[in-house]
Design a protein around this ligand. Structure first.
Ligand SMILES: Cc1cc2nc3c(=O)[nH]c(=O)nc-3n(C[C@H](O)[C@H](O)[C@H](O)COP(=O)(O)OP(=O)(O)OC[C@H]3O[C@@H](n4cnc5c(N)ncnc54)[C@H](O)[C@@H]3O)c2cc1C
Length: 547
């Protein structure tokens, strides 16, 4: 699907088209919803990517969804956020709905329904257990009272998933998840809250909803009463992985704009692109994007093959990917000089728009700090399993294999990973294997040296994780730095020989299937035929370097 979508967006990016940067800039200035661009996505059947394959959705699972939304985000992050929200709103049903609920929602989404997700309330964001919106049993169904704000597509949405307090005392079992069809609510029992002006994604419908005795049917409940927090936290493992697609698209767009500017900017009798510093900035940004890309793809595939470890993997990529992409965007902004700041020059000010748009990715769906806190909570098990050297070799091999993904086993998503993070825990063994290959002359010695250095860094991180004493809410800032180091290790571990499904600077169609393999894999084939596979793998990267 990403290829066809890419073509359709290109066709809509001509002068006057909804994906032309001048139109994006105009809507941004007017804070107007990108309805026409969303219609292009509807016309391409983008909604199929929001629905599991077994319910009639696209076959490629989370990797395909990431590729699809990245394809949109590299033209306009606002459109990707506005359209992609339906996936977020639907995930609780995919994760915990009955077969009937899942089928019914799939039909609605495939028919174009917009679904949003209301977790945040005026008084509470990250602290989900403080939520005040209530759902009380009434007349065989539920009576909803309270507000959700700020919510993406709260006003335009047809359905809203809400986390509601169902036990007055609250607590981990005091909340439930409901999917509310706004069209089925009695008039006057709910009202939209006004659109909020925002720094970025200005055209998006960032508003809210207030329920006043709204009656929802019994089957609005997803899962069992009291399951709400569990469903939300497991659903977030998928949506947080999806969010990385927005960063990848924004980063790719930024790199393209900066490269085009540098290539065309005449100065000192040459061009900016010829200056070594400019090349360094572009090269560093491209390297950051390649790492972000590999980590994102790894996480998306891990959701299918290592669902029990997604509490670690999704938190690591949701914290790390937006951060390194934002740093790259900041560097590129400097390269653009005034053109990174002016709103009507160089592609109609597209750079400053994407720079503003991208900032939201680190905030919603769990801020960077929230995701790091989630990693910190898992430090004891991560440290212990790292020191034990255990990992799930078979699932890890499947994760990095160039094969279609099986359906996600939502029942296997866990609030806390019992097996830690195989991707990172396999690192020492992989580095050792690479060392042996280097000694045999099968791979360059430098590759083995870098792998050994990474393994040493991961060992140091594991020691730091083990040394941390549980401190509840008084987590010291140093622990967040350790979490950041852990994320970095995971990113670097994302197979260095991997080939991005969308080359970071390309405008071409992405492929949703990865082409990666090499001595970092723990696949049986790689172990059995190390030399053959390794040679092929290095040949490929040499060719890439040449091209
Ligand atoms: C444009 C936009 C769209 C949005 N769309 C949606 C939506 O569709 N659905 C929805 O439910 N919400 C949505 N939100 C809300 C968003 O998810 C919240 O803003 C976010 O969860 C943070 O909540 P908060 O702003 O209330 O900050 P708070 O939760 O009050 O956090 C304040 C600060 O504390 C930090 N912090 C939080 N926990 C910890 C911790 N454990 N340790 C250290 N620091 C911590 C945070 O990182 C932040 O810096 C949207 C917000 C915006 C701006």
């Amino acid at each position: 699907m990403p290829g066809a979508l890419d073509t359709a967006i290109d066709a809509a990016a001509g002068p006057g088209g909804p994906f032309h940067p001048a139109i994006g800039a105009l809507l941004d200035a007017r804070e107007e919803f990108p309805a026409e661009a969303c219609a292009v996505l509807d016309g391409c059947g983008t909604a199929r990517a929001y629905v599991p394959a077994e319910l009639g959705g696209a076959p490629g699972g989370l990797p395909e969804l990431v590729a699809v939304l990245r394809t949109v985000a590299r033209r306009d992050v606002t459109v990707a956020v506005a359209h992609g929200k339906t996936f977020l709103g639907s995930v609780p049903t995919w994760v915990a709905g009955t077969d009937e609920q899942r089928r019914a929602l799939a039909r609605r989404v495939l028919a174009g329904a917009v679904v949003c997700w209301g977790l945040t309330e005026p008084g509470h964001g990250s602290d989900l257990l403080a939520g005040e919106l209530t759902a009380e049993p009434a007349d065989g169904g539920w009576r909803l009272d309270g507000a959700k704000w700020p919510i993406n597509n709260a006003t335009r949405g047809d359905l809203i998933s809400v986390l509601a307090r169902t036990a007055p005392e609250g607590g981990p079992r005091g909340f439930s998840q409901l999917l509310v069809d706004k069209h089925a609510l009695a008039p006057g029992s709910w009202s939209p809250l006004p659109k909020e002006p925002t720094h970025g994604i200005r055209g998006a419908d960032i508003s809210g909803i207030r329920f006043t005795g709204a009656a929802a049917p019994a089957d609005a409940l997803t899962g069992r009463p009291g399951d709400g927090l569990d469903i939300v936290l497991r659903s977030l493992q998928l949506t947080r992985t999806m969010c990385t697609s927005l960063s990848l698209g924004a980063g790719e767009h930024a790199l393209r704009l900066a490269h085009d500017f540098a290539a065309g900017r005449a100065m000192y009798g040459t061009t900016l692109l010829r200056l070594p510093l400019a090349r360094r900035v572009l090269g560093r940004a491209a390297a950051s994007l390649a790492l972000a890309d590999a980590a994102s793809l790894l996480a998306a595939r891990a959701a299918h093959h290592l669902p029990g470890e997604m509490s670690v993997v999704s938190a690591a990529v949701k914290a790390g990917v937006p951060e390194i992409v934002q740093l790259a965007v900041d560097d590129l902004a400097e390269l653009l000089g005034a053109r990174g700041f002016l709103t009507e020059h160089h592609a109609h000010g597209a750079f400053q728009k994407l720079e503003r748009d991208h900032r939201i990715v680190a905030i919603f769906d769990g801020s960077t700090a929230v995701n790091r806190a989630s990693l910190i909570n898992q430090f004891p098990v991560l440290a212990r399993l790292h020191h034990m050297g255990t990992y799930d070799a078979e699932s890890l091999a499947a994760t990095v294999a160039a094969q279609p993904v099986p359906p996600i086993d939502a029942g296997a998503l866990r609030l806390f990973s019992r097996t830690g993070c195989s991707v990172v825990q396999a690192l020492p063994a992989a580095a050792e294997r690479l060392g042996a290959l280097a000694a045999a002359g099968a791979v360059p010695r430098r590759a083995a040296e870098l792998a050994a250095a990474l393994a040493a860094e991961v060992a140091a991180v594991a020691d730091a994780m083990a040394a941390l004493r549980p401190a509840g809410r008084n987590t010291p800032p140093e622990a967040f730095e350790t979490a950041r180091r852990y994320e970095r290790a995971l990113r670097k571990r994302a197979p260095p020989t991997c080939c991005s499904p969308t080359p970071a600077t390309s405008r071409g169609s992405p492929r949703s299937r990865p082409r990666w393999n090499g001595p970092w894999n723990s696949s049986d084939r790689a172990t059995r035929h190390p030399r053959r596979r390794t040679n092929r793998c290095w040949r490929r990267s040499r060719n890439r370097r040449r091209s």
